[in-house]
Ligand binder design. Structure first.
Ligand code: GLA
Length: 737
């Protein structure tokens, strides 16, 4: 049993082969943290790891002679105001105006497996043997409220998940003003914070900064996890690299507003918290009501950032993503967006589809513009029925024609949104989130439907259900193209307005749940103006997410590199698009565009009919190559080798689990004259295995040790003469038997 309760010392040791997490019941009944990190041997008591001290200006937690001072003690789920002046993990407002609370240990239960926190998304187990969980029950007798802290440790992974639940028993209502999913106190501050931040079209750039006394945070108050920050933070030692050194990752399984905050106190303790953003959140609990926080997933690695990412990848790929498509090879798709935008006819779509089929595409996706009066982005959202002017035989007719060509068919929807110029809005103007008497800020001419209202979800579900049952639809791209403003629900009382943002996301999850339950074989790809909602919450419902509206191969190197910190390649939608690129006007070789998009869920987003015969042949070969290796790419172990954030060039690879095969790519950025030599050192191979590969057009055989430690000698100038700027070299490496 990898969770032990030591009765005498009143300590919990949660551990497996890789990690240990140790909690104590402190003398005042609250929970303290004694250790989190690489596995340490178990013993009856780790009391020596408890540190506290009476310092000047310190307020003490007991009347006794002890030194228990909450400000200087490491805690498990701390509260503000009883001696600890740091930010608390939760805050409860009471009828008498007090916000002071204290949850003391009552008992606990340890069990095999892991419970779901439905309707919230979470990681799961398929067999109870995979994980052990503990629920620790705590109680505040003054307000008569229970707090349950749940921890799950996976047997074979360096992963602990956490969440908290409050159950209010008291007669007087309370208001939850904050409830983080996780709070961990680490004994020193010699770390750097890593986060994935950016904006539209440059999502999830890797940012690293040194921790200092005070607060450093990332957050979204946009009602979606956002393009600006991802619900993920990590701390690493300054000497930690991609391949060695310690790192602690914290990832939130949630798609709404969030806060990831790291506070370093006056005496260099580091407190990491992650959860729903407390601003615009307040949750009233009447007698008998409960509140469940989302799940946070903590990963520890002492094998560098690659080690952390590989643990997240394996967990999210196999125990967060669910359903029919989890383990199936994903179809190569052609999306018409950058080929036609909204300007298409059935005939032009069929012409595109025919060429796609000829070149090996398996799924045709019709993007925005097929419904209502949607001829531009000022109208139509909310009217999920076909525009017969454009598609005289409807979606059902078109879907049949595409299937007859021998491809699957998919469509784009944006079910959370409405244009004011739509039948839905004209019938239900009160269904948008907006504050009475205030200006309703438009964004892309659209407004957010109030998904905290069940009747809104029902109406959209029924429209989509009709569409899906009438047509042959195998894939849905679910988009979300604006953030929430003037957040207010006309169906909620004044006291309930603080629940609306969270209830809205729960509503989104509900629609996802209803659709994926009724149509389990439809492949869902989530999207939000590109990658503005690339988070673990979404992955629970859609196994893949469109990474970014930026389809330029060179920009994509950064976006996909950053995304890979947490998310596996099998989740990243990546397409080859036209040149000059529509976002940055750059020309890149078709080969490099393919070599970048291979490292994701591969597809095309351009008019294939406009390519030359040679280019079409190249596309055909790319698709063949991808089909051959997509299993390896999606199921193998991904290694980041050279960072586009730290150097001109980029490199990465995927190695099969048994190390018999790998795909590796080296991407050159700008070419320049008389350049030095390059050594491409691979990772993750078996040093003693012999591998064959093609280098400089010649077949050669090398040991894994040669490939990893001596590296492949590359000549930028030589490649540059072939391709100029933005060239790339892909190596397929296979064990010689
Ligand atoms: C968003 C998506 C794009 C495309 C458009 C359609 O921007 O990210 O891929 O679907 O919407 O309007």
């Amino acid at each position: 049993m990898p969770i032990i309760f030591h009765e005498k010392s009143r300590q919990f040791h949660i551990y497996n082969e890789y990690i240990s997490y140790i909690i104590e019941i402190m003398e005042n009944g609250e929970l303290g943290n004694l250790y989190y990190g690489k596995k340490i041997n178990d013993r009856e008591s780790f009391a020596y790891l408890h540190q506290d001290k009476e310092r000047s200006l310190a307020a003490m937690a007991t009347d006794s002679q002890s030194n228990l001072c909450l400000q200087y003690t490491r805690q498990e789920y701390p509260s503000y105001g009883r001696g600890d002046y740091r930010y608390g993990a939760y805050k409860i407002e009471q009828e008498n105006g007090s916000t002071i609370s204290k949850f003391e240990y009552v008992n606990h239960s340890i069990y095999a497996g892991k419970k779901s926190i439905n309707p919230l998304p979470s990681t799961y187990v398929e067999d109870e043997e995979e994980a052990t969980s503990i629920e620790i029950y705590l109680y505040d007798k003054i307000i008569d409220t229970k707090l349950i802290l749940t921890y799950t440790i996976y047997e074979e992974r360096a992963v602990i998940t956490r969440c908290a639940k409050l159950i209010h028993k008291g007669e007087k209502p309370i208001v939850l003003a904050n409830a983080m999913s996780v709070s961990v106190d680490i004994p020193d501050k010699d770390y750097e914070m890593i986060h994935l931040s950016g904006a539209w079209a440059r999502e999830r750039a890797v940012k690293i900064r040194k921790l200092e006394q005070g607060i450093q945070s990332v957050y979204s108050m946009r009602g979606a996890s956002s393009a600006e920050h991802n619900p993920f933070v990590a701390i690493k030692r300054s000497h930690t690299t991609e391949d060695c050194g310690e790192v602690y990752g914290f990832s939130l399984v949630y798609s709404g507003s969030f806060l990831g905050q790291i506070e370093v106190c006056s005496h260099d303790t580091t407190r990491i918290m992650l959860g729903i953003h407390p601003d615009n959140f307040s949750w009233r609990l009447n007698q008998g009501d409960e509140f469940q926080t989302p799940e946070a997933v903590m990963v520890y690695s002492d094998e560098g950032l690659n080690g952390m990412s590989q643990t997240y990848h394996a967990l999210y790929r196999n125990r967060l993503v669910r359903g029919y498509w989890r383990d199936r090879e994903r179809p190569v798709l052609l999306n018409n967006w950058e080929a036609t935008y909204m300007d298409f006819t059935e005939d032009s779509i069929i012409q595109l589809a025919k060429k796609a089929k000829e070149l090996g595409v398996e799924l045709f996706v019709l993007d925005d513009g097929w419904f209502g009066t949607r001829n531009d982005d000022t109208q139509g959202l909310g009217d999920w029925y076909v525009n017969k002017n454009k598609l005289p035989d409807g979606i059902s007719g078109l879907s049949e024609k595409i299937e007859k060509l021998g491809m699957k068919f998919g469509i784009w929807i944006e079910p959370e949104m409405v244009n004011k110029n739509s039948d839905l809005y004209r019938t239900h103007p009160d269904w948008i989130l907006s504050t009475p008497d205030r200006f309703e800020s438009p964004s892309r001419y659209q407004h957010v439907l109030d998904y905290s209202r069940p009747e809104v979800i029902d109406t959209i579900f029924n429209m989509l259900d009709r569409l899906l049952s009438d047509s042959k639809i195998s894939y849905i791209k679910w988009d979300m193209n604006r953030y929430i403003t003037e957040c207010y629900s006309r169906s909620a009382s004044s006291k309930e307005q603080g629940t609306v943002m969270h209830k809205h996301i729960l509503g989104v999850y509900e629609l996802y749940s209803r659709l994926t339950t009724k149509y389990p074989e439809i492949l869902f790809e989530s999207c939000a103006s590109g990658g503005a909602r690339f988070d673990p919450g979404m992955l629970y419902f859609s196994p893949q997410i469109w990474c970014s509206d930026n389809t330029d191969a060179i920009e994509r190197l950064k976006i996909q590199y950053g995304t890979s910190m947490v998310y596996p390649l099998s989740t990243m939608g990546a397409h080859v698009s036209a040149v000059p690129n529509h976002q940055v006007n750059r020309f890149t070789p078709l080969q490099t565009r393919g070599n970048v998009a291979f490292f994701g869920v591969f597809g095309y987003e351009l008019d294939l009919n406009k390519l030359t015969k040679e280019e079409q042949e190249q596309v055909k070969n790319q698709i063949e190559l991808y089909k051959k290796y997509r299993k390896l790419i999606h199921e193998g172990t991904f290694f980041r080798i050279q960072s586009p954030f730290e150097s001109e060039d980029t490199a990465w690879s995927v190695v099969s689990k048994n190390k018999t095969e790998a795909i590796a790519v080296y991407y050159f950025k700008l070419n320049y004259a008389n350049a030095g030599f390059v050594r491409f050192k691979l990772k993750g191979l078996d040093p003693n295995k012999q591998y064959q590969l093609i280098l400089n057009d010649k077949e050669c055989i090398m040991y894994g040790s040669e490939l990893m430690y001596a590296g492949l000698p590359l000549d930028r100038n030589k490649e540059g003469k072939k391709y100029g700027d933005f060239s790339s070299l892909l190596f397929h490496i296979k064990e010689v038997r």
